[in-house]
Ligand binder design. Structure first.
Ligand SMILES: [Zn+2]
Length: 160
């Protein structure tokens, strides 16, 4: 039995059949309360689900980021701070390619002077890269101190 919304409401029906397709071409029942077609409602629920599902990988990646990325303090040569920051950022981009540009990969350096020529700086690092990154900083320090030693030797020679 086909009817319009008002009589359906008067009859206390929760859905009614107009006998005509909706503006989107659905031949479906309408909800008395809103006049919405069941087909339209289903379509909009499916769209909402698709949007939600599309955001799921990003939400998962953000969760992993929050769980596994730590800030570590390393003593590094002054001159290497920039390249080590870039290195730390690159390591995070490899771990979380989908978050590049969405999440801050770079820790505010807040460097503080330690021994001359070196600074203590904070980096964001994935826990599994912590060891490797520490190694990079160590190598940078060792290389810098070798250069210093050479420079010192050269200076001592020139004094003699
Ligand atoms: Zn419809």
């Amino acid at each position: 039995m086909t009817m319009t919304r008002a009589p359906a409401a008067q009859a206390g029906l929760n859905k009614y059949d107009t006998g005509k397709p909706c503006k989107n071409g659905h031949r479906a029942m309408r909800y008395t309360q809103s006049g919405t077609c069941e087909g339209c409602l289903r379509a909009s629920q499916q769209r909402a689900q698709a949007v939600h599902a599309a955001g799921a990988p990003e939400r998962a990646a953000r969760k992993q980021f929050a769980l596994h990325v730590v800030s570590v303090a390393e003593r590094v040569p002054d001159a290497q701070l920039g390249s080590l920051q870039t290195m730390a950022e690159a390591l995070l981009s490899c771990r979380f390619p989908s978050l590049a540009g969405l999440v801050e990969f770079r820790c505010n350096p807040r460097p503080c002077k330690a021994v001359s020529g070196t600074i203590q700086a904070t980096f964001l690092v994935h826990v599994e890269d912590r060891q490797a990154f520490h190694g990079l900083c160590d190598n940078a320090l060792r290389a810098a101190s070798m250069i210093d030693a050479h420079g010192l030797a050269a200076r001592m020679e020139s004094v003699q």
